[in-house]
Ligand binder design. Structure first.
Ligand code: PMP
Length: 356
C-alpha cells in the first residue's frame, strides 16, 4: 500500500511544490501595497450607482457576452475598430486563459525580470517552462539580449508589462515593435497601468497578427469589481474565448462597470490627481536621498540597501503598508509604494523620514 497521501498521489508535483499567492494583512493600515486607486466612487455618485444595481436580476445568469459593455470598454480604452475584446475576472484570469491555451505546445513563456509575478506563477502552475531576461540596473530593457533569448527559446507567449511592474519603466516603443516583428508566438502587451502612463500600444493592434493587448480596470479605481480585458484580432480571441467559463463576469460587475464608464471623467480626474501626487512623492524621496526611479505607473520603486525589511516593518508599525519583496533574488533591497491620497502620502513620507 502506498504511503503517499492522496494529495501526493493525485496532484501535479508542480502544484504540491508551489505556494499560495500571499496577500498581506492590511486591516487598520494605510494601504499602499497593491496599486489600488485610493479614492473610490465619490459620494455624489454612490446613490446613483446603487440605484442602478436595483435592476439587477440576481436569479438569472449574467449575459455571457455583454455586447454593449464590450463596446463601451473598447471606446473607453481606445481600442481600434475591428479588434475583438474578451473579458476576464480580473486580467489575472486572462493571463491564466492565455497560458492554459498554449500549455500543450511544449514551448515556454518569456518575460523580463523583474515583472508582474503572475506570469511565472501561472506558467509554472500549468506545467510550462518560464524564462526571463534581466532588465539592467536601471530597469531598462536590453533589446538585443531579449531578441536573442526569444530566438533561442522559441516562446509560445512573450509577456511585456508596459509600464513594468515593479519598476514603473516603459520600454521604448521601437523595442516593442522589434519584439512583435521577431516573436515566434504571441506577444501580450500588458497595459495594467495605462491610466497613468499616458501612452498606449493599442494603436498597433492589427499591425502584427500575433499582438494582443491586456488591460484591467483594477488600477483605475475598480479593483473590487475584478474586470480585465484582452483585445486583439478575432482569429485569436475566438479561440481563446473557448476557455473562458461562460458566466465569468457577474451581473453586479457588469452593471457597475457600465455605470462607471458612463462617469469615466471621474476616473480620469482621479488618475490625473494620482499622477500629480506621484511626482510630489518622487521629489520628496529624492530630497530624502533615497534612490528612486521615475515611474509611469501609480507606484514608485525605491532602494534602501540592507534595510528593506526593517523599513517595511517600521512603516507598518507607523500604520503604513507598502510592498517588500522578501526572498526575491533581485529585489531584496527594494520597496514599492503605491500612490495614495495627499494625506496618505504625507503620512508615508513622514514615517519613512524618521526611519531613514
Ligand atoms: N498586470 C500587471 C502588470 C499587474 O501589475 C497586475 C496587478 N498587480 C495585473 C496585471 C492584474 O490585475 P487584475 O487581476 O487586478 O486585473
Amino acid at each position: 500500500m502506498s504511503t503517499r497521501s492522496l494529495q501526493e498521489q493525485l496532484l501535479r508535483p508542480a502544484l504540491l511544490a508551489s505556494h499560495a499567492y500571499a496577500v498581506a494583512e492590511s486591516a487598520g493600515l494605510i494601504k499602499l501595497d497593491a496599486m489600488e486607486n485610493p479614492y473610490g466612487l465619490p459620494d455624489s455618485l454612490r446613490s446613483a450607482w446603487l440605484e442602478n444595481l436595483r435592476e439587477a436580476e440576481l436569479n438569472r445568469y449574467p449575459t455571457p457576452r455583454p455586447t454593449e459593455l464590450l463596446h463601451a470598454l473598447a471606446e473607453h480604452g481606445g481600442i481600434p475598430a475591428g479588434m475583438e475584446l474578451m473579458l476576464g475576472n480580473g486580467s489575472d484570469e486572462l493571463i491564466q486563459i492565455l497560458i492554459s491555451a498554449v500549455a500543450g505546445a511544449g514551448r515556454p513563456i518569456l518575460a523580463v525580470d523583474p515583472c508582474f509575478v503572475m506570469y511565472r506563477v501561472i506558467a509554472e502552475q500549468q506545467g510550462l517552462v518560464y524564462h526571463s531576461v534581466p532588465l539592467d540596473d536601471n530597469f531598462q530593457l536590453d533589446l538585443p539580449a531579449f531578441l536573442d533569448e526569444m530566438a533561442r527559446r522559441n516562446p509560445a507567449i512573450v509577456f511585456l508589462d508596459w509600464p513594468n511592474n515593479p519598476s514603473g519603466q516603459m520600454h521604448p516603443v521601437e523595442s516593442l515593435e522589434a519584439i512583435c516583428a521577431g516573436a515566434p508566438g504571441l506577444v501580450v502587451v500588458d497595459e495594467a497601468y495605462h491610466a497613468f502612463s499616458e501612452e498606449s500600444f493599442a494603436g498597433h493592434l492589427g499591425r502584427w497578427p500575433n499582438l494582443l493587448l491586456l488591460r484591467t480596470l483594477s488600477k483605475e479605481g475598480l479593483a473590487g469589481l475584478r474586470l480585465g480585458y484582452l483585445a486583439g484580432p478575432k482569429a485569436w480571441i475566438r479561440e481563446l474565448d473557448k476557455l473562458r467559463l461562460p458566466y465569468n463576469i457577474n451581473i453586479l460587475t457588469q452593471k457597475s462597470i457600465a455605470f462607471a464608464l458612463q462617469h469615466a471623467e471621474v476616473l480620469a480626474l482621479q488618475a490625473a490627481e494620482i499622477r500629480a501626487q506621484r511626482e510630489v512623492v518622487l521629489q520628496r524621496l529624492q530630497e530624502l536621498g533615497v534612490q528612486v526611479w521615475p515611474s509611469r505607473a501609480n507606484f514608485l520603486l525605491f532602494a534602501v540597501p540592507g534595510r528593506a525589511a526593517a523599513i517595511h516593518s517600521g512603516l507598518k508599525e507607523a500604520g503604513v503598508l507598502i510592498k517588500a519583496f522578501t526572498g526575491h533574488p533581485r529585489l531584496g533591497d527594494y520597496l514599492r509604494v503605491s500612490i495614495g491620497t495627499p494625506t496618505e502620502n504625507r503620512t508615508f513620507l513622514a514615517a519613512l523620514e524618521k526611519l531613514l
